[in-house]
Structures are given as C-alpha cells and as structure tokens.
Design a protein around this ligand. Sequence first.
Ligand SMILES: Nc1ccn([C@@H]2O[C@H](COP(=O)(O)OP(=O)(O)OP(=O)(O)O)[C@@H](O)[C@H]2O)c(=O)n1
Ligand SMILES: C[C@](O)(CO)[C@H](O)COP(=O)(O)O
Length: 258
Amino acid sequence: MPLLEARDWFIFKTKDGHYFVQKAKGDRCLSVGVIIPAAGQGKRMGMGERKQFLQFHGQPVIIHTLALFEGLPEVDEIVVVTQEEEIARTQKMIEEACIHKVTCVVSGGKERQESVYLGLKKIRTDWVMVHDAVRPFVSREAISRLLKVARMHGAAILAVPVKDTVKMVDDAGVVEQTPDRKRLWAVQTPQAFRRDILLSAHEQFLKWDAMATDDSMLVEEMGIDVRVVEGEYTNIKLTTPDDLFMAEAIYQMRSKKK
Ligand SMILES: Nc1ccn([C@@H]2O[C@H](COP(=O)(O)OP(=O)(O)OP(=O)(O)O)[C@@H](O)[C@H]2O)c(=O)n1
Ligand SMILES: C[C@](O)(CO)[C@H](O)COP(=O)(O)O
C-alpha cells in the first residue's frame, strides 16, 4: 500500500527504505517502452532453432510479437535482448519486417532476469513493459487494460485464474498442501512498471544475489503492491512442442474472426 495518498499522488516506501513518488491518474504524457527478452536457449522446446526464431506462418515468432507492439500507439520504444550471436540476425529480421520502434538489440544473460536487467539499462522510457518474445498472442485490449492499471498504481501484471487444482508437492512426490484455487492465478506477460521502480528492484536483487522467475516478484519483494489484471488464456508462452499445436489453433481461430 502507498505510504501516503495525497489527492493525485502516491508516495511508496520500499522495504529497503527507498521512496517513490507516483503520480496517480496515469500521467499519459509519460513515455512507454517495451523490453522483449529473447535470449533464451529454448531447451524445453527441444528444436534445432531457438523457439523465438521458429518460423510461424511466414514470420519468426519474435517478429509476430514485435509487430504487435510496433502497432500500439501507446508504445514509444522497444528494446530487444537476445543471444550475442543472434544480434545481427535479429537486427536483419527487424529491418526486413519494418519494425521501427526497436531502438536497440542488446546481448542477454544466462538467466531471463539478467536479460531483462540488461534491457532495462538501455531503455529510457518512464514506463516499462516486459514481455516474453515467445508470447506472440497477447491482445491489444489486454495490453491497454494493463497500462491503464499500471499508470494508476505503478505496477501491474497480466494473469488468468488457474483452471486446474494446484498442489504443493515435496521432493518425495507427496502432496504437502492444496492451496485455495480461488486465490491462484497463472501469471503472464506483459508486466508493466514505472522504470525507476523496476530498475531499483533488479538492482536490489543483484545485491542479494537472488533470482526470480518473473519481474513482478522483484517488485513485490520491495514491498510495492502489484495489481493483477485479467489476461487471456490464449496469451500462451511457447515453451514445449505441444504449445505449437495450441499456437496453430489460436492462429486459425483468430484468422476466422477477421
Ligand atoms: N537467459 C534468458 C532466458 C530466457 N529469456 C527469454 O525469456 C522468455 C521466457 O523464457 P523461457 O520461455 O523460459 O525461454 P527459454 O529460457 O528459452 O526456455 P528453456 O527454459 O526451455 O530453455 C523467452 O522469450 C526467452 O527468450 C531471455 O531473454 N534470457
Ligand atoms: C515471466 C513468465 O512468463 C510469467 O509466467 C514466466 O515466469 C517465464 O518463465 P520461464 O521459465 O523463464 O519461461
């Protein structure tokens, strides 16, 4: 919760004593950037080509994702983070696809978190969305909902209610606990933050030498409330080969709607 709410302003105090002043009513003149982490190996997909570069209906997966953000008026800048050896090829794909909002393609790190941090140090916008290159199906409507909430509160993420029952299981494969499903959400990207909040969170985790599987966790650990915005079940992350069948079904469903 903000430390102080004065009419149009929030003042946040984080666990390690940082203060952030957040203008409420989502100051629309603030610039919005997107960091696209695309430096993964795609081990679980298990294909020769890294999954972010797999051809899908005539374009690499990453280009489908970038084209979406290129077409969003709210987005001022895109920074792509990829493997060092993929930078030249990625830049060429971006040029050929006429993606003009990409200001730079930078080399990523061993972990997703490091890649995002390297992108964060390059981007200069007031607001930052972090979106996985391998989530090509997020909708413009969901992104607009996310930005509206983030502008009001400083941090927001897309997520969908969990459909299956989820259990905590110990190392011996024995069920330890069944959390209340009504309170469980499957988290997606984009995740949207004030850039200063996200940068401070990443730098704090670097000091702690700690890891997180999403950017929201870093901000949560700073004691800042992160709002959940309902996403869509079609906003899948291409992770394992079966996801490609789902991707084809989503693509066909959307083509029929056009
Ligand atoms: N060191 C890393 C690891 C992941 N990513 C990116 O983060 C997104 C989500 O990561 P994930 O789905 O786990 O991709 P991979 O790490 O490639 O998958 P795997 O764990 O199967 O290797 C992807 O766009 C991936 O390219 C990244 O930029 N840098
Ligand atoms: C950030 C994320 O997409 C939210 O669900 C997910 O945590 C990424 O996990 P990955 O193992 O790096 O794909």
